[in-house]
Design a protein around this ligand. Structure first.
Ligand code: SF4
Ligand code: SF4
Length: 501
């Protein structure tokens, strides 16, 4: 055994009594784990290549397969975990930075799971969402501080452009290139059917998806890939991406191998060239610079589109957002450190940024204290996993939430966290046509609509239980929340009392 030998992380367990050597697993695995040994007349496995994506397990017609986490671990101790030892060996053999995908998997607190929701009992009774009207619709954009009337007493309406959402959830930015054409098609169709929005990410907008413009947010990131006048005018809002929760402080990198065909055309860069978004926007070094871009985009779209500025949740996020709220932005999206990505340096993903719950509460409070809360709407993202997370985010001050990992799960993602390889067996994070074809956009869209429909019902039930009949009335209502097992500092930042108080 060489010094760098790493025992496979997963074991392929094949029940020989059930296996009929149909070779489905071999056809389905893009990592080349399974093969047929003609000499012995049996299927064999190269476990070193397995990433536990569960594709072969799901499609094996005789249920002969199981993938299990290997219990063969390095000699761990409290300081050196198996994972840490593996990483050192990997780097000692490759000399490269570690790359991974999806969100931060480390054992930091998940504050959503330490917050409990109120329910009405005797006075202010609950509302039955099946019998009473319950409003989940909301609007994002700058709101006036007060209502004005002219000398005749008629309302003077000077509302900035608004986005209308049937429920307070949107699909977060995922670029065409990082995810497949079929994944984009499913997201766009589902958003249109649901009356919500999806987001192009920084990859431009494929011409086939212009027809979903009413349900599209177009993104402008530091690489400015695929940005042109028609693109800016195609959606209902424009998002400037300053940062991303999965990798705060660094840019993006889509390897040249994924820049093929339509992806290259949509991004407006040559086939095979790496798409590198720099860490900073090279024209933004201050709030004044950001303001210039915000107003350039408004000017280019005749002041008809709200401008979203997206930032990663980092230290001092409240002060940062307070500055952005003065830049002319209409909506600010804050992305917590558990937010997913197609590829990120592992050290950054796992160590940089802060939880969305703390960031959101601190930002909402700061904007209220400064009297500028109505200047912007807030969108929270970075591991919103369920309807109850949405409700808690709303009560902490979010006008809406972004989801991405949950949407990918609905499309069939099995969270194997190897999107960066481009070999996603589920046809999501890949540009290989044979893999892309595995994802049926109609079926994907149906599953996304189902997921959101279920969440909407749950949101209405949770609100009804609290005696609240509109999502607008819940926004920032922290009296509806209690912390459990949190210390005083955490409770202070979240602005909530402890359970029992
Ligand atoms: S990588 Fe996926 S398809 Fe291949 S053997 Fe492992 S679980 Fe099965
Ligand atoms: S998108 Fe595909 S590659 Fe990425 S985590 Fe999900 S299943 Fe794995």
């Amino acid at each position: 055994m060489s010094a760098g030998f790493i025992y496979p992380e997963f074991e392929v367990v094949r029940n020989e009594n059930r296996c009929v050597s149909c070779r489905v697993c071999e056809q389905q695995c893009s990592n080349g784990v399974h093969s047929y040994d003609a000499g012995r007349g049996i299927m064999i496995s190269d476990e070193t290549r397995c990433v536990d994506c569960q594709r072969c397990v799901s499609l094996c017609p005789t249920r002969a397969l199981k993938i299990v986490k290997s219990d063969c671990v390095f000699r761990e101790n409290a300081n050196w975990s198996d994972e840490t030892i593996r990483e050192v060996y990997k780097q000692a053999s490759s000399g490269g930075i570690l790359l991974s995908s999806m969100g931060n998997p480390q054992t930091f607190p998940v504050y959503w799971d330490k917050i409990l929701i109120n329910a009405s009992q005797v006075t202010n009774p609950p509302i039955d969402p099946l019998r009473e009207p319950m409003e989940t619709q909301g609007f994002l954009g700058k709101k006036p501080d007060k209502v004005r009337r002219d000398e005749k007493g008629d309302l003077v309406c000077e509302l900035s452009p608004q986005i209308s959402l049937s429920m307070p959830v949107m699909f977060s930015a995922m670029s065409y290139g990082s995810i497949s054409y079929n994944a984009h098609a499913a997201l766009a169709r589902a958003a249109a059917e649901l009356g919500i929005l999806y987001n192009t990410g920084e990859g431009g907008l494929h011409e086939d998806f212009y027809r979903y413009g009413e349900n599209t947010i177009v993104q402008v990131a530091s690489g400015r890939f695929g940005v042109h006048e028609d693109y800016l005018k195609a959606g209902v809002a424009i998002e400037i991406k300053m940062g991303q929760g999965a990798k705060p402080g660094i840019g993006g990198h889509l390897p040249g191998a994924k820049i093929v065909g339509d992806v290259s055309r949509t991004r407006m860069i040559p086939e095979g060239s790496d798409a590198i978004s720099p860490a900073p926007h090279h024209d933004i070094y201050s709030i004044e610079d950001l303001r210039q871009l915000v107003y350039s985009l408004k000017e280019a779209t005749e002041y008809r589109k709200p401008i979203i500025v997206k930032v990663a949740a980092v230290h001092n996020i409240a002060a940062i957002v307070s500055g952005i709220a003065r830049s002319g932005a209409d909506i600010i999206a804050i992305d917590g450190f558990r937010g997913g990505t197609g590829a990120a340096p592992t050290r950054i993903r796992d160590n940089v940024g802060i939880p969305i719950e703390l960031a959101l509460a601190a930002v909402d409070q700061r904007l209220r204290d400064e009297g500028i809360r109505n200047n912007v709407s807030l969108v929270a993202g970075g591991s919103i996993r369920s309807a109850s997370d949405v409700i808690k985010a709303a009560a902490l001050g979010a006008d809406a939430c972004y989801i991405a990992t949950a949407a990918l799960l609905a499309l069939g993602c099995h969270l194997c966290r190897t999107c960066q390889t481009g070999k996603c067996n589920w046809g999501i994070a890949t540009q290989r046509q044979d893999l892309v074809d595995r994802l049926d956009p109609d079926e994907g869209s149906r599953r996304l609509v189902n997921l959101m429909t279920a969440w909407r019902h749950e949101i209405m039930e949770l609100m009804g239980g609290m005696g609240i009949n509109s999502i607008e009335a819940l926004r920032g209502n922290r009296l509806m929340l209690r912390g459990i097992g949190l210390n005083d500092t955490e409770l202070r930042i979240l602005g909530i009392a402890h359970a029992g108080e």
